[in-house]
Design a binder for this molecule. Structure first.
Ligand SMILES: [Zn+2]
Length: 269
């Protein structure tokens, strides 16, 4: 999970569709080289599953290679609240200055998707859809209906602890129901290994989120302040915002607030 994000590509007779661009121009370049070892067909589209830096900061490399970008137009994420310069500076500390050489923002969609859109290219059908703001407001999933392969983005991650700090746990649980109904043969999570059984990872994620909601709901109902509700959790790792402990803790803060809002009648369950 703390390692690099996943990325994939679909080769069609009329070009290549890439899903996610990795975390820096250098990684985007490496992705392009990987594609070039498989095919010489043009890179036609880059689909971004969402607007977190580890999934789109390599986009400039694919754009330069000719790809046009399909993404959700809502690019709001917590990480960029301090402005773009701060976001880039923070990211340089993660991937290093060298890997960021040639960086440009390249995640503005040429073809925005807010509902659902079907790409028919070189004999392949690729369905791109916004399942709801579970992991982030600009989430998209990529579905190959014939192959029954789903690129889930960060809706799913290898260890089942999907982040909701930019999204909403209730929304993500609804998204998981949608994913279940799709009955995918193969699911590519946003980080980590492809699970042997997609339903296993969906179930693990659902149990984690529902468990966290239950814990925080009972804390709110008993008037337990957030600080005390969090006491049982390991401290966040200061320099590792997406380590397992950090994710659990950051999610707990978010879900406590969600439950508090529900309790006050400000948010629907
Ligand atoms: Zn993400």
């Amino acid at each position: 999970m703390e390692g690099r994000a996943n990325s994939g590509f679909v080769v069609t007779a009329d070009g290549v569709v890439v899903i996610d661009a990795l975390a820096s121009p250098r990684q985007g370049e490496q992705l392009l080289q990987t594609i070039r070892r498989v095919t010489n067909r043009p890179v036609t589209w880059l689909v971004l599953t969402h607007h977190h830096p580890d999934h789109h900061f390599g986009a400039v490399a694919l754009r330069k290679a000719g790809a046009r970008v399909i993404a959700h137009p809502d690019k709001r994420v917590l990480a960029s609240e301090g402005g773009e310069d701060a976001l880039i500076a923070d990211w340089v500390r993660v991937v290093g200055l060298d890997a960021m050489r040639g960086f440009e923002f390249a995640d503005t969609p040429d073809r925005p998707v807010t509902g659902s859109d079907t790409l028919r290219l070189g004999g392949k059908t690729i369905v791109i859809s916004h399942p709801g703001p579970g992991h982030s407001p600009g989430d998209l999933m990529v579905w190959l209906p014939r192959e029954r392969v789903l690129f889930a983005g960060d809706i799913l991650v290898e260890d089942g602890v999907s982040m909701v700090v930019d999204g909403n746990s209730g929304e993500l649980l609804r998204v998981l129901d949608t994913v279940s109904r799709m009955d995918a043969r193969m699911v590519v999570p946003g980080h980590g290994a492809i699970p042997a059984r997609p339903a296993g990872l969906v179930g693990l994620t659902r149990d984690y989120l529902a468990g966290l909601q239950g814990q925080m709901r009972s804390a709110v109902e008993k008037g337990v302040p957030m600080r005390r509700a969090m006491a049982g959790l390991a401290p966040a790792d200061e320099t590792r915002p997406v380590s397992l402990n950090s994710r659990k803790r950051r999610n707990a803060v978010r879900v406590y607030v969600e439950e508090e809002r529900k309790y006050m009648g400000l948010e629907s369950p």
